[in-house]
Ligand binder design. Structure first.
Ligand code: R1P
Length: 330
């Protein structure tokens, strides 16, 4: 893959204004966005956009660079996939970012740079349940915190697992093998719209839970998965997290990055909030029962939840003047 000529080493864009990683330029991304990890999920949701019924989402690779009169799909050299069209007449984009907070950072900053006016972003991912939600249920994040490997803790070659008490004491002091951040809230109005839409759409038997999200910087060590090949000092991490944070419901790898950047975004020139966010995830694994969801259930849930999230992302008003400040109307 050739390297595109970029200008501005501080915030690289090419001659046409495409950002370096997500590969989008002004006019290519809507103010209302659903972000997912998996490009196949993005194409599936794209097939529910107005005029998207011609997309066969079971063969998503065929659509990674697709243009119709209704929908444009772009895959960047770094494999961000952006699907843009309309849902019930309202412009919407779906962006697949891959995995992890660094990918969320590329996405939020580069999209912020090319879209004028407020951004309403809902993450639709998958997660592990810490207890209440069963595999196949949905969890909506009321707030989120980061759980990260404390690299400095591992500077020596110590290979003795900490006792539960020592682990907890170090964690409380912020000196343990993992660090936890303060929590960051999701946007209340967007989250209420998301919960209401999920209740209206999810298949019978699927429960919608609300709670604290924990965003880990590894699928493995900082999610308390045991891997004998590495010194991870995480045998007591799961117990610590569930006892210290009783409202915690899910473990996944991106939502905190989204909520944190929304909180850190400076207001728009109009004074409006720059980025409003909500996040939800399908429970793929139950970490206590050590169970995994049935793929057939995921297929049904993902389809239904996609409509809910599309309804939610268009539910909260954006003032037309904010979308087109020069013209003052759409
Ligand atoms: C790990 O398997 C991935 O799945 C979850 C995690 O956050 C991580 O990205 O979310 P997605 O299904 O959105 O990728």
């Amino acid at each position: 893959m050739g390297l595109h000529a970029m200008t501005n080493a501080n915030f690289p864009v090419d001659a046409e204004g495409h950002t370096y990683h997500v590969g989008v330029k002004p006019g290519e991304v809507a103010n209302r966005i659903i972000t997912v990890g998996d490009p196949a999920r993005a194409i599936l949701i794209g097939s529910y956009l107005d005029g998207g019924n011609v997309i066969d989402a079971t063969n998503f690779k065929k659509y990674l660079n697709y243009v119709s009169k209704d929908i444009v799909i772009k895959t960047s050299p770094r494999l961000f996939t952006t699907v843009t069209g309309r849902y019930k007449g309202v412009p919407v984009s779906i962006v697949a970012i891959g995995m992890g907070v660094p990918m969320m950072d590329f996405f939020v900053r580069e999209v912020r740079a090319v879209v004028q006016g407020p951004l309403h972003i809902i993450r639709f991912g998958s997660c592990g349940s810490l207890g209440r939600a069963r595999a196949g249920d949905m969890i909506v994040a009321t707030d989120s915190m980061a759980c990260s490997r404390n690299y400095n803790y591992f500077h020596n070659d110590e290979d003795q697992e900490l006792s539960e008490t020592d682990f907890a004491e170090l964690m409380v002091k912020g000196e343990g093998p993992y660090t936890v951040s303060t929590t960051c809230p999701a946007d209340a109005e967007l989250t209420d719209a998301l919960v209401a839409a999920l209740h209206a759409h999810v298949p019978t038997g699927v429960e919608v839970h609300k709670g604290l999200d924990i965003t880990a910087d590894s699928f493995y060590s900082s999610q308390a998965r045991q891997d004998p090949a590495f010194r991870d000092q995480n045998a007591h991490l799961f117990t610590y997290l569930t006892e210290a944070y009783p409202t915690a419901e899910c473990l996944q790898m991106e939502s905190f990055g989204l909520l944190h950047l929304a909180k850190s975004a400076r207001p728009l020139p109009s004074g409006s909030k720059s980025i409003r966010t909500a996040a939800c995830a399908m429970v793929f694994a139950h970490r206590v029962q050590n169970t995994w969801v049935d793929p057939a259930l995921v297929e049904a849930l993902q389809a239904k939840a996609s409509f809910a999230i599309l309804d939610a992302v268009i539910a909260v008003e954006i003032d037309a003047k904010e979308l087109h400040p020069e013209e003052g109307s759409v």
